[in-house]
Design a binder for this molecule. Structure first.
Ligand code: SAH
Ligand code: SF4
Ligand code: F3S
Length: 434
């Protein structure tokens, strides 16, 4: 029996799909296969923006025919969208062929739900509240070697006014640091070369007298040849202690993903972000004083309700002023149940599109300028894959920049030195040097 998993959304969800694969293996499914050959298809959904939802709706709908032809095929839908108020009912009504719906806190039940489904023939729904340690016993089927994702906490308490995550992922729960360290040690022993600590808000990590800088310090102190990354950080929790730990350890990538969302204080306040433009710039100044070559990337939202042209331009000027290396850019998408969805002053679509186009052009220019500076330099990348189209191996440097190169032998999982000969957008091309 084979499985097929479709994932939408963030790294958190990608890692959760690895856990789902682990559960499917326990339930007797031996390997991953294309949808047409699978005995169970699982959708791990996202609802952060409307287009993420539309995407999932489209793909689930497209399975109707396959399900009609293959009666025993089990279709399960899980993830953030299922956890949204009223969405489970909508999904059931729209797609009556769904066999199992499971929420973000129901991974421990999934195996049982599948077994029940195999015995009876009815729709099964399971939606639970967040529980401590609920998914920590699952052994994931990891798909991102040489990187391994490690959850350090679940949920979010921040309630940024635009964001649905706190509603669908529940309150923050931090994992026991001993369990995290044990997992990291085991992964390093297995040969993983990059550990990415995951949480919606890693800086809010708290377990007894452990906070995030202490956890990061301990993870980076695990012996072995590997890198450490973490995401996501929230500017309101930025601390000197975090910078000190980043500075102390070679193993920690000199890259901070610090989503700022907007460059104007009135908008930041409406977003309930709890920091100002000035504070963000001061924090980055401190970071760069301590770690001069640290790169900062960010997330940005345009066309938040009532955002004026002048306020949007402050987002543009912040990208320059903060010298951001790259950014994920989004048009504000109203999410039912959030504070911002109730706000007046929606920005017309044509204005929003114009703003995001200008922002993307600026971000791309910044990224290109920074890439160009690499030409002639030697950078260390961790080789992660082979690109069939280009006929080249690829990997990332510690700042997250992609480097491509040719090699006769297979260096996947190795740290490789590349002398950069060409920079093209976000990608670098180089020759391996020994
Ligand atoms: N916990 C992380 C990431 C959350 S989701 C953080 O706080 O940074 C990733 C990004 O999606 C956010 O940083 C934000 O830029 C964007 N996002 C979240 N809700 C959104 C919405 N309703 N519309 C548009 N973008 C949104
Ligand atoms: Fe959403 Fe804000 Fe929490 Fe990030 S910190 S998940 S943007 S509520
Ligand atoms: Fe991630 Fe989307 Fe959920 S961004 S936490 S999968 S709503």
């Amino acid at each position: 029996m084979k499985y097929h998993i479709v994932t939408y959304g963030c790294q958190m969800n990608l890692h959760e799909s690895e856990k789902i694969a682990g559960i499917l293996k326990e339930a007797g499914y031996s390997e991953s296969a294309p949808a047409e050959e699978a005995d169970i298809i699982v959708f791990n959904t996202c609802c952060i923006r409307e287009n993420a939802e539309n995407h999932a709706f489209g793909n689930i709908g497209a399975l109707k025919k396959l399900k009609r032809e293959k009666r025993d095929l089990i279709i399960a839908v899980g993830g953030c969208m299922v956890q949204e108020a009223g969405k489970a009912e909508v999904l059931m009504k729209k797609f009556p062929f769904i066999d199992i719906l499971f929420g973000t806190h129901n991974l421990p039940e999934l195996k049982h739900l599948i077994e029940l489904k195999r015995q009876k023939k009815k729709h099964l729904v399971s939606l639970a509240e967040a529980r401590e340690g609920a998914e920590d016993n699952v052994t994931p089927v990891r798909t991102s070697y040489p990187n391994a994702w490690v959850n350090i906490m679940y949920g979010c308490n921040n309630f940024c006014s635009y964001c649905i995550v706190p509603y669908v992922r529940g309150r923050e729960i931090s994992r026991d640091p001993e369990d995290i360290l044990q997992e990291v040690k085991a992964l390093v022993a297995e040969g993983y070369k990059e550990i990415t600590l995951l949480g919606q808000n890693v800086d809010s990590y708290r377990f007894g007298d452990w906070d995030f800088p202490r956890l990061l310090d301990e993870v980076a102190s695990v012996p072995g040849n590997f890198r450490v990354r973490f995401m996501t950080s929230h500017p309101k929790d930025f601390s000197e202690a975090l910078v000190a730990v980043m500075k102390r350890h070679q193993k920690i990538c000199k890259h901070l993903h610090l989503p700022v969302q907007a460059g104007n204080d009135r908008i930041l306040k409406l977003m309930n972000r709890r920091y100002t433009r000035e504070k963000y710039l001061e924090d980055l100044a401190l970071l760069r004083r301590e770690i001069p070559d640290c790169e900062v990337t960010t997330d940005l939202i345009v066309a938040f309700p009532t955002e004026t042209e002048a306020e949007f331009e402050e987002t543009l000027s912040l990208v320059e002023e903060a010298d951001l290396a790259s950014a994920f850019t989004f048009i504000y998408s109203p999410r039912t149940g959030t504070k911002a969805a109730e706000m007046e002053g929606r920005i017309p679509e044509d204005v929003a599109k114009d703003r995001i186009t200008r922002l993307i052009a600026l971000v791309n220019r910044k990224t290109r300028e920074k890439s160009a500076k690499y030409v002639g330099k030697t950078v260390e990348i961790l080789c992660e894959d082979f690109d069939e189209k280009k006929g080249m191996y690829l990997g990332r440097d510690e700042y997250g920049r992609m480097g491509y190169f040719k090699s006769d032998e297979d260096p996947i999982g190795e740290f490789v030195n590349l002398k950069i000969t060409e920079a093209n957008g976000i990608s670098l091309y180089g020759e391996r040097v020994f």
